[in-house]
Design a protein around this ligand. Sequence first.
Ligand SMILES: Cc1cc2nc3c(=O)[nH]c(=O)nc-3n(C[C@H](O)[C@H](O)[C@H](O)COP(=O)(O)O)c2cc1C
Length: 184
Amino acid sequence: MPIDPRELRRCLGHFTTGVTVITCAGTGAGAAPHGATVNAFTAVSLEPPLVLVSLDRRSRLCSLVADRPFTVNVLEAAQKDLALHFAGRPNQDVRWAAESSCGSPQLAGALAHVACTPWQHYDGGDHVLYLGEVQEFRIHDGDPLLFHTGKFHRLGGDQNPLLWDDSADGPGGMAWFTQALTAP
Ligand SMILES: Cc1cc2nc3c(=O)[nH]c(=O)nc-3n(C[C@H](O)[C@H](O)[C@H](O)COP(=O)(O)O)c2cc1C
């Protein structure tokens, strides 16, 4: 069956994600930092610490992160306009936080910062899959900005969220990952 790219995109949009802005140094001396909004972000490995972003080959970011450190700025619920700003609809003067220890620019007000150096990249069709080795990370208070079926959302008001105790950030700690790491 031939795949209709638009329908595939609509289908994949039902997988709910957070929203990040990937930031790195711009080109040339004194250039402004560069950023682009990305929801194709995922954790990959704890040892070594690796994360992945999938970038459209046509984006400026795609060529920039090939050889420079970058930060994954996980956006906070109130940062919807910032997501649009870095998706080609500039709408504000961006507030920057201190640079990471590996030299990547970082956004103020993000929910989390994950600063990486380039580790490896792979062919991903019309995208390139970049793995970054985490050099530093920080978590801040707040709720995440979500993306679902092409729209921005906030977390729903579930008063009794189900805890999976084996998740890495639950009180049970690292069980799932520990099993994976110690399996024969
Ligand atoms: C919610 C959202 C998620 C996006 N996710 C991605 C993504 O995962 N990968 C990607 O290459 N572009 C993604 N984009 C599109 C880029 O943000 C957009 O093409 C941006 O303008 C690229 O900037 P640049 O060419 O200046 O680097 C997304 C846009 C939005 C609004």
